[in-house]
Design a protein around this ligand. Structure first.
Ligand SMILES: Nc1ncnc2c1ncn2[C@@H]1O[C@H](COP(=O)(O)OP(=O)(O)OP(=O)(O)O)[C@@H](O)[C@H]1O
Ligand SMILES: [Mg+2]
Length: 276
Protein backbone atom coordinates (compact mmCIF):
# COMPACT_ATOMS: atom_id res chain seq x y z
CA UNK A 1 0.00 0.00 0.00
CA UNK A 2 1.45 3.34 -0.95
CA UNK A 3 1.08 6.83 -2.36
CA UNK A 4 1.30 6.75 -6.15
CA UNK A 5 1.41 10.15 -7.87
CA UNK A 6 0.56 10.86 -11.51
CA UNK A 7 1.82 14.01 -13.20
CA UNK A 8 2.45 15.24 -16.72
CA UNK A 9 4.48 17.69 -18.75
CA UNK A 10 2.66 20.30 -20.81
CA UNK A 11 -0.08 19.23 -23.18
CA UNK A 12 -3.09 17.18 -22.23
CA UNK A 13 -1.90 13.63 -22.13
CA UNK A 14 -4.63 12.14 -19.98
CA UNK A 15 -3.44 12.22 -16.38
CA UNK A 16 -6.95 12.41 -14.94
CA UNK A 17 -8.38 9.81 -17.31
CA UNK A 18 -5.51 7.41 -16.60
CA UNK A 19 -5.78 7.93 -12.83
CA UNK A 20 -9.55 7.39 -12.90
CA UNK A 21 -9.22 4.29 -15.10
CA UNK A 22 -6.70 2.91 -12.59
CA UNK A 23 -8.94 3.84 -9.65
CA UNK A 24 -11.91 2.00 -11.18
CA UNK A 25 -9.90 -1.14 -11.83
CA UNK A 26 -7.49 -1.25 -8.85
CA UNK A 27 -7.71 -4.41 -6.78
CA UNK A 28 -6.83 -2.87 -3.42
CA UNK A 29 -8.73 -0.25 -1.44
CA UNK A 30 -7.85 3.13 -2.76
CA UNK A 31 -8.39 6.86 -2.46
CA UNK A 32 -8.05 8.86 -5.67
CA UNK A 33 -7.01 12.37 -4.62
CA UNK A 34 -7.31 15.20 -7.13
CA UNK A 35 -4.40 17.48 -6.26
CA UNK A 36 -4.18 19.26 -9.61
CA UNK A 37 -3.75 22.96 -8.67
CA UNK A 38 -5.56 23.84 -11.92
CA UNK A 39 -8.70 22.18 -10.56
CA UNK A 40 -10.39 18.81 -10.31
CA UNK A 41 -12.49 17.49 -13.15
CA UNK A 42 -13.99 14.18 -12.04
CA UNK A 43 -17.01 15.59 -10.16
CA UNK A 44 -18.17 17.68 -13.08
CA UNK A 45 -17.03 15.11 -15.67
CA UNK A 46 -17.35 11.41 -14.86
CA UNK A 47 -19.77 12.03 -11.97
CA UNK A 48 -21.87 14.53 -13.90
CA UNK A 49 -21.90 17.03 -11.03
CA UNK A 50 -24.17 14.72 -9.01
CA UNK A 51 -23.38 15.88 -5.48
CA UNK A 52 -25.44 17.43 -2.74
CA UNK A 53 -22.96 20.17 -1.83
CA UNK A 54 -19.35 21.29 -2.02
CA UNK A 55 -16.95 18.52 -1.15
CA UNK A 56 -13.28 17.82 -1.60
CA UNK A 57 -9.77 19.01 -0.98
CA UNK A 58 -10.75 22.70 -1.06
CA UNK A 59 -13.22 22.21 1.82
CA UNK A 60 -10.69 20.08 3.63
CA UNK A 61 -8.01 22.78 3.30
CA UNK A 62 -10.31 25.52 4.61
CA UNK A 63 -11.23 23.34 7.63
CA UNK A 64 -7.60 22.43 8.28
CA UNK A 65 -6.46 26.06 8.14
CA UNK A 66 -9.32 27.10 10.46
CA UNK A 67 -9.59 24.16 12.89
CA UNK A 68 -6.66 21.82 12.15
CA UNK A 69 -9.17 19.00 11.62
CA UNK A 70 -7.76 17.15 8.59
CA UNK A 71 -7.85 13.70 10.21
CA UNK A 72 -11.45 13.96 11.40
CA UNK A 73 -12.84 15.77 8.35
CA UNK A 74 -11.09 13.71 5.68
CA UNK A 75 -13.55 10.81 5.37
CA UNK A 76 -16.59 13.08 5.09
CA UNK A 77 -15.06 14.83 2.07
CA UNK A 78 -14.84 11.66 -0.02
CA UNK A 79 -17.17 10.32 -2.69
CA UNK A 80 -17.64 6.57 -2.99
CA UNK A 81 -17.05 5.66 -6.64
CA UNK A 82 -18.38 2.17 -6.01
CA UNK A 83 -21.00 2.79 -3.30
CA UNK A 84 -21.62 1.40 -0.76
CA UNK A 85 -18.39 -0.60 -0.65
CA UNK A 86 -16.06 2.26 0.37
CA UNK A 87 -13.26 0.60 -1.55
CA UNK A 88 -12.77 3.22 -4.28
CA UNK A 89 -13.01 6.68 -2.83
CA UNK A 90 -12.55 10.02 -4.54
CA UNK A 91 -11.23 13.16 -2.87
CA UNK A 92 -12.47 15.75 -5.38
CA UNK A 93 -10.12 18.54 -6.39
CA UNK A 94 -10.61 22.27 -6.15
CA UNK A 95 -13.49 23.55 -8.24
CA UNK A 96 -12.20 27.05 -8.72
CA UNK A 97 -8.43 27.45 -9.31
CA UNK A 98 -8.67 30.44 -6.94
CA UNK A 99 -9.34 27.88 -4.16
CA UNK A 100 -5.90 26.46 -4.86
CA UNK A 101 -4.52 29.31 -2.73
CA UNK A 102 -5.97 27.63 0.39
CA UNK A 103 -4.70 24.23 -0.62
CA UNK A 104 -1.13 25.00 -1.71
CA UNK A 105 0.29 25.90 1.75
CA UNK A 106 -0.93 22.48 2.89
CA UNK A 107 0.71 20.19 0.34
CA UNK A 108 3.20 18.87 2.88
CA UNK A 109 0.40 18.26 5.38
CA UNK A 110 -1.62 16.37 2.75
CA UNK A 111 1.48 14.42 1.67
CA UNK A 112 2.09 13.25 5.25
CA UNK A 113 -1.57 12.39 5.73
CA UNK A 114 -1.78 10.41 2.46
CA UNK A 115 1.34 8.51 3.49
CA UNK A 116 -0.30 7.59 6.80
CA UNK A 117 -3.31 6.07 4.97
CA UNK A 118 -1.18 3.20 3.69
CA UNK A 119 -0.82 2.01 7.27
CA UNK A 120 -4.41 2.83 8.24
CA UNK A 121 -7.11 0.42 9.37
CA UNK A 122 -8.07 -0.65 6.77
CA UNK A 123 -5.09 0.41 4.64
CA UNK A 124 -5.61 2.41 1.46
CA UNK A 125 -3.45 3.07 -1.55
CA UNK A 126 -3.61 6.73 -2.54
CA UNK A 127 -3.48 7.60 -6.23
CA UNK A 128 -2.80 11.31 -6.61
CA UNK A 129 -3.60 13.32 -9.73
CA UNK A 130 -0.96 16.08 -9.54
CA UNK A 131 -1.89 17.62 -12.90
CA UNK A 132 0.68 19.31 -15.10
CA UNK A 133 3.98 20.21 -13.60
CA UNK A 134 4.20 23.59 -15.33
CA UNK A 135 1.08 24.98 -13.65
CA UNK A 136 1.84 27.42 -10.82
CA UNK A 137 2.24 25.84 -7.38
CA UNK A 138 2.56 22.16 -8.28
CA UNK A 139 2.16 19.81 -5.31
CA UNK A 140 5.89 19.08 -5.03
CA UNK A 141 5.68 17.78 -1.43
CA UNK A 142 3.19 15.13 -2.61
CA UNK A 143 5.48 14.11 -5.48
CA UNK A 144 8.46 13.90 -3.13
CA UNK A 145 6.51 11.80 -0.62
CA UNK A 146 5.12 9.38 -3.23
CA UNK A 147 6.55 5.88 -3.34
CA UNK A 148 6.00 5.85 -7.10
CA UNK A 149 5.66 8.85 -9.44
CA UNK A 150 4.17 8.12 -12.85
CA UNK A 151 5.02 10.75 -15.44
CA UNK A 152 2.22 10.43 -17.99
CA UNK A 153 3.15 11.11 -21.60
CA UNK A 154 1.81 10.62 -25.09
CA UNK A 155 4.18 8.89 -27.49
CA UNK A 156 4.61 11.50 -30.23
CA UNK A 157 7.68 13.63 -30.63
CA UNK A 158 6.34 16.97 -29.28
CA UNK A 159 5.01 15.23 -26.16
CA UNK A 160 8.23 13.32 -25.63
CA UNK A 161 10.26 16.47 -26.01
CA UNK A 162 8.18 18.25 -23.32
CA UNK A 163 8.31 15.16 -21.13
CA UNK A 164 12.10 14.93 -21.41
CA UNK A 165 12.58 18.36 -19.79
CA UNK A 166 10.02 17.49 -17.13
CA UNK A 167 11.94 14.29 -16.32
CA UNK A 168 15.09 16.33 -15.78
CA UNK A 169 13.20 18.92 -13.66
CA UNK A 170 11.77 16.20 -11.41
CA UNK A 171 15.14 14.46 -11.14
CA UNK A 172 16.84 17.75 -10.16
CA UNK A 173 14.21 18.43 -7.52
CA UNK A 174 14.35 14.90 -6.12
CA UNK A 175 18.14 15.01 -5.88
CA UNK A 176 18.00 18.39 -4.15
CA UNK A 177 15.40 17.09 -1.67
CA UNK A 178 17.15 13.74 -1.16
CA UNK A 179 14.23 11.69 -2.43
CA UNK A 180 15.44 8.08 -2.63
CA UNK A 181 16.19 7.21 -6.28
CA UNK A 182 13.98 4.95 -8.36
CA UNK A 183 10.54 6.43 -7.72
CA UNK A 184 10.04 8.02 -11.15
CA UNK A 185 8.63 6.01 -14.07
CA UNK A 186 6.99 6.82 -17.42
CA UNK A 187 3.40 5.88 -18.16
CA UNK A 188 2.81 6.08 -21.90
CA UNK A 189 -0.67 6.76 -23.29
CA UNK A 190 -1.72 5.93 -26.85
CA UNK A 191 0.08 5.18 -30.10
CA UNK A 192 3.33 6.58 -31.46
CA UNK A 193 6.94 5.70 -30.76
CA UNK A 194 7.77 2.28 -29.34
CA UNK A 195 8.05 1.71 -25.62
CA UNK A 196 11.74 0.72 -25.52
CA UNK A 197 12.62 3.59 -27.87
CA UNK A 198 10.89 6.04 -25.50
CA UNK A 199 12.56 4.59 -22.45
CA UNK A 200 15.98 4.82 -24.11
CA UNK A 201 15.45 8.36 -25.40
CA UNK A 202 14.24 9.68 -22.03
CA UNK A 203 16.62 7.53 -19.99
CA UNK A 204 13.75 6.40 -17.78
CA UNK A 205 11.93 3.05 -17.56
CA UNK A 206 8.38 2.82 -18.91
CA UNK A 207 6.19 1.12 -16.30
CA UNK A 208 3.25 0.56 -18.62
CA UNK A 209 1.29 1.69 -21.62
CA UNK A 210 -2.40 2.59 -21.81
CA UNK A 211 -4.19 2.19 -25.13
CA UNK A 212 -5.85 4.91 -27.16
CA UNK A 213 -9.46 4.11 -26.24
CA UNK A 214 -11.58 7.17 -27.06
CA UNK A 215 -14.91 5.50 -26.19
CA UNK A 216 -13.86 4.70 -22.65
CA UNK A 217 -11.96 7.95 -22.25
CA UNK A 218 -15.08 9.90 -23.26
CA UNK A 219 -17.12 8.18 -20.52
CA UNK A 220 -14.40 8.83 -17.95
CA UNK A 221 -14.23 12.48 -18.98
CA UNK A 222 -17.91 13.21 -19.54
CA UNK A 223 -19.87 10.60 -17.58
CA UNK A 224 -21.74 7.39 -18.29
CA UNK A 225 -21.28 3.73 -17.61
CA UNK A 226 -17.95 2.11 -18.21
CA UNK A 227 -17.42 -1.65 -18.49
CA UNK A 228 -14.53 -3.38 -16.76
CA UNK A 229 -13.65 -5.23 -19.98
CA UNK A 230 -12.86 -2.05 -21.92
CA UNK A 231 -9.22 -1.92 -23.14
CA UNK A 232 -8.35 1.20 -21.14
CA UNK A 233 -9.67 -0.23 -17.88
CA UNK A 234 -8.03 -3.60 -18.45
CA UNK A 235 -4.65 -1.98 -19.12
CA UNK A 236 -5.03 0.43 -16.19
CA UNK A 237 -5.88 -2.48 -13.87
CA UNK A 238 -2.86 -4.42 -15.14
CA UNK A 239 -0.63 -1.48 -14.12
CA UNK A 240 -1.04 -2.52 -10.52
CA UNK A 241 1.31 -5.48 -11.06
CA UNK A 242 4.46 -3.56 -12.12
CA UNK A 243 3.65 -0.78 -9.61
CA UNK A 244 3.43 -3.35 -6.82
CA UNK A 245 6.65 -5.03 -8.00
CA UNK A 246 8.44 -1.68 -7.94
CA UNK A 247 7.11 -0.97 -4.44
CA UNK A 248 8.24 -4.38 -3.22
CA UNK A 249 11.73 -3.85 -4.66
CA UNK A 250 11.97 -0.42 -3.04
CA UNK A 251 10.65 -1.73 0.27
CA UNK A 252 13.32 -4.40 0.24
CA UNK A 253 16.03 -1.84 -0.51
CA UNK A 254 15.00 1.11 1.67
CA UNK A 255 13.75 1.98 5.07
CA UNK A 256 10.21 2.91 4.06
CA UNK A 257 9.84 6.73 3.92
CA UNK A 258 7.46 8.15 6.51
CA UNK A 259 7.42 4.89 8.45
CA UNK A 260 7.23 6.77 11.73
CA UNK A 261 3.96 8.59 10.87
CA UNK A 262 0.96 7.49 12.97
CA UNK A 263 -1.66 5.26 11.37
CA UNK A 264 -5.23 6.50 10.89
CA UNK A 265 -8.51 4.66 11.17
CA UNK A 266 -11.24 4.95 8.57
CA UNK A 267 -14.61 5.44 10.26
CA UNK A 268 -17.19 2.79 9.47
CA UNK A 269 -20.14 5.18 9.75
CA UNK A 270 -21.58 7.75 7.38
CA UNK A 271 -19.46 10.39 5.78
CA UNK A 272 -18.63 8.82 2.48
CA UNK A 273 -21.57 8.92 0.16
CA UNK A 274 -21.83 7.68 -3.36
CA UNK A 275 -22.63 10.13 -6.11
CA UNK A 276 -23.17 7.41 -8.68
N1 LIG B 1 -6.29 6.52 -23.23
C1 LIG B 1 -6.99 7.47 -23.86
N2 LIG B 1 -7.53 7.23 -25.07
C2 LIG B 1 -8.22 8.18 -25.71
N3 LIG B 1 -8.43 9.43 -25.25
C3 LIG B 1 -7.92 9.73 -24.05
C4 LIG B 1 -7.16 8.79 -23.27
N4 LIG B 1 -6.78 9.38 -22.12
C5 LIG B 1 -7.27 10.62 -22.16
N5 LIG B 1 -7.96 10.84 -23.30
C6 LIG B 1 -8.65 12.08 -23.68
O1 LIG B 1 -7.68 13.13 -23.67
C7 LIG B 1 -8.26 14.32 -23.16
C8 LIG B 1 -7.43 14.81 -21.99
O2 LIG B 1 -7.53 13.86 -20.94
P1 LIG B 1 -7.44 14.26 -19.41
O3 LIG B 1 -8.46 15.25 -19.03
O4 LIG B 1 -7.40 12.99 -18.65
O5 LIG B 1 -6.01 14.96 -19.42
P2 LIG B 1 -5.28 15.74 -18.25
O6 LIG B 1 -3.83 15.46 -18.44
O7 LIG B 1 -5.87 15.37 -16.93
O8 LIG B 1 -5.60 17.24 -18.64
P3 LIG B 1 -5.63 18.55 -17.69
O9 LIG B 1 -4.19 18.96 -17.53
O10 LIG B 1 -6.44 19.50 -18.49
O11 LIG B 1 -6.25 18.17 -16.39
C9 LIG B 1 -9.70 13.98 -22.77
O12 LIG B 1 -10.56 14.37 -23.83
C10 LIG B 1 -9.70 12.46 -22.63
O13 LIG B 1 -10.97 11.88 -22.91
MG1 LIG C 1 -6.58 16.51 -15.41
Amino acid sequence: MAVIALVSAKGSPGVTTSALAAALSWHRRLVLAECDPAGGSILAGYLGGALDGPRGIGELAVGELRDGNLESAFWSQLVDLDAPKRERLLLPGVVDPAQAGSVSPLWQRFADFFTSLERGVPPYDVLVDCGRLQVGGPPWPVLRAAAVVLLVTRAHLPDLSATRSTVRAIERDFTEHRVPPGTLRLLVVGDGHGTSEISKALRLPVIGRLPHDPRTAAVLSLGGTVRAGRPLLRAAGALEVPVRALLDRRRARLAWPGAAAPAVTAPGGPGVSGAV
